[in-house]
Structures are given as structure tokens and as C-alpha cells.
Design a protein around this ligand. Structure first.
Ligand SMILES: Cc1cc2nc3c(=O)[nH]c(=O)nc-3n(C[C@H](O)[C@H](O)[C@H](O)COP(=O)(O)O)c2cc1C
Length: 211
């Protein structure tokens, strides 16, 4: 279902969205679309592995260069000029690399078990890991959407550690009680849950108890 866009020029606070190389690129791309429609600025990072997953799972092949990537994502989502900014793997000067510049919310969607592990241990070897590390140290909102099955003890231990540090682990595990008819319905189930966590109004999926 298309997301309605508004003409408003005043954009809301940025949300950082990182796509890593787990299956489920559609979740991350749809999340960016939903945040744009909700008039938020969106600061995007896409890992090298995520580019490969996007090329494998969708009809799209997104450019690696951040400036061009921002243009392509803006075209695809109808974003206003400057609404989407993209940062490269080692762009340590990006605002997300520091507590003084990072937004109040970051979502890693989908989140590979590799990135899960790196964030759980504070590796900060690339900008996605560093931005998540900043979110944790600053006690900001960090939502991680892992996708793997089955989970090993390592994955489960990292998820428990991250939950205890304040991150929200929101697995890409859509429910079926809304009788999904299309893949998009399953994608929207997860994206709606992420928006709920972010406190962003949406009409993607009725809340439980609503008709
Ligand atoms: C098509 C494809 C699907 C993948 N699916 C998953 C997955 O579902 N979960 C996962 O944790 N890793 C998955 N991987 C492996 C990760 O991409 C790999 O571990 C990579 O190092 C993650 O790097 P990143 O965290 O920097 O994105 C997949 C890789 C490819 C190419």
C-alpha cells in the first residue's frame, strides 16, 4: 500500500537507519520510506554486505557512493531535498559518530549477527557499529532487527546483553494473525512495530484491539 506524503516543509528530527547484511533488505527500505512519509529526516548507512543482499533480494542495485545513494533513495521515496543523508563506512566525521551529533533514535534493520556481535562487544570498526556504540553510551534509543534462524548461543547471549544495555531487540518475525495476503503485508508488520517503538504515528497496521 502506498504511503501518503505531506507537503510540509518543516522536517522532524532525524532517525538513523542502518541496513546490514542480514536477509530482509525490504524491511529497511520500507522503513526509510515510512520515515520519509512521516516527515522525519533520515540518516542512512548501508553496509557492503547489505548492498549485496539488496541486489540479491530486490530489483534494485543501490550505488555505494553516499551522495549518489542519497539521491537514489530520495527519488525512490519522494523525499524532500536534504531529507535523506547517507554516510560511508568510515565517515568518522559524520554526526552519528559522536554523542553531540547523533539523533535520539537509531534502527539497525535488518541487523546481521555480525553487526549484533560487534555492537554487543563495542567493536566500533565501522560507522554503523560506532553509531550504535554512541547510542548505547548516550542511553539513546537503539532498535535492532536481527534475522537469522536458528539462533546460536552466541547470538542469544549477544541479544540478552544488548537488551540489558537498553537496546530493543525486535526480530524480523512477522505475525500472521492479520491474515497477510502479500509479502508487503509481512514487511509492514515489522516496520509498523519499529514505528511503534519510535513513537511515530502510522496507518500501516492496526494496533491490537483496533479494527
Ligand atoms: C544473500 C545473503 C543473505 C544473508 N543473510 C543473512 C542473514 O539472514 N543473517 C545474517 O546474520 N547474515 C546473513 N548474511 C551474511 C552477512 O551478510 C555477513 O555475515 C556479513 O559479514 C555481515 O556484514 P555486516 O554486518 O557488515 O553487514 C547474508 C549474506 C548474503 C550475501
Amino acid at each position: 500500500m502506498p504511503i501518503e506524503h505531506s507537503d510540509a516543509t518543516d522536517l522532524r528530527e532525524p532517525v538513523t537507519v542502518a541496513l546490514t547484511g542480514a536477509s530482509g533488505a525490504q524491511y529497511g527500505l520500507r522503513l526509510i520510506e515510512a520515515l520519509v512519509a512521516a516527515e522525519h529526516r533520515v540518516w542512512v548507512m548501508i553496509s557492503k554486505a547489505a548492498h549485496l543482499v539488496i541486489a540479491t533480494e530486490t530489483d534494485e542495485e543501490l550505488p555505494a557512493r553516499p551522495a549518489r545513494l542519497a539521491e537514489v533513495l530520495a527519488e525512490r521515496t519522494g523525499a524532500a531535498s536534504g531529507q535523506i543523508r547517507c554516510f560511508g563506512r568510515e565517515d568518522w566525521m559524520a554526526p552519528v559518530a559522536s554523542g553531540s551529533g547523533a539523533p535520539s533514535s537509531m534502527v539497525i534493520c535488518p541487523c546481521s549477527t555480525g553487526t549484533l556481535s560487534a555492537v554487543a562487544t563495542g567493536a566500533s570498526n565501522n560507522l554503523i557499529e560506532r553509531a550504535a556504540d554512541v547510542a548505547l553510551k548516550e542511553r539513546r534509543r537503539l532498535i535492532m532487527v536481527p534475522r537469522e534462524t536458528p539462533f546460536s548461543a552466541i547470538h542469544l547471549e549477544h541479544m540478552l546483553a544488548l537488551t540489558r544495555m537498553g537496546a530493543v531487540i525486535l526480530p524480523a518475525a512477522p505475525g500472521f494473525y492479520h491474515q497477510p495476503q502479500r509479502i508487503e503485508d509481512l514487511v509492514d508488520f515489522i516496520v509498523a512495530r519499529i514505528l511503534n517503538q519510535l513513537g511515530i504515528e502510522h496507518r500501516m497496521m492496526p494496533r491490537w484491539g483496533e479494527s
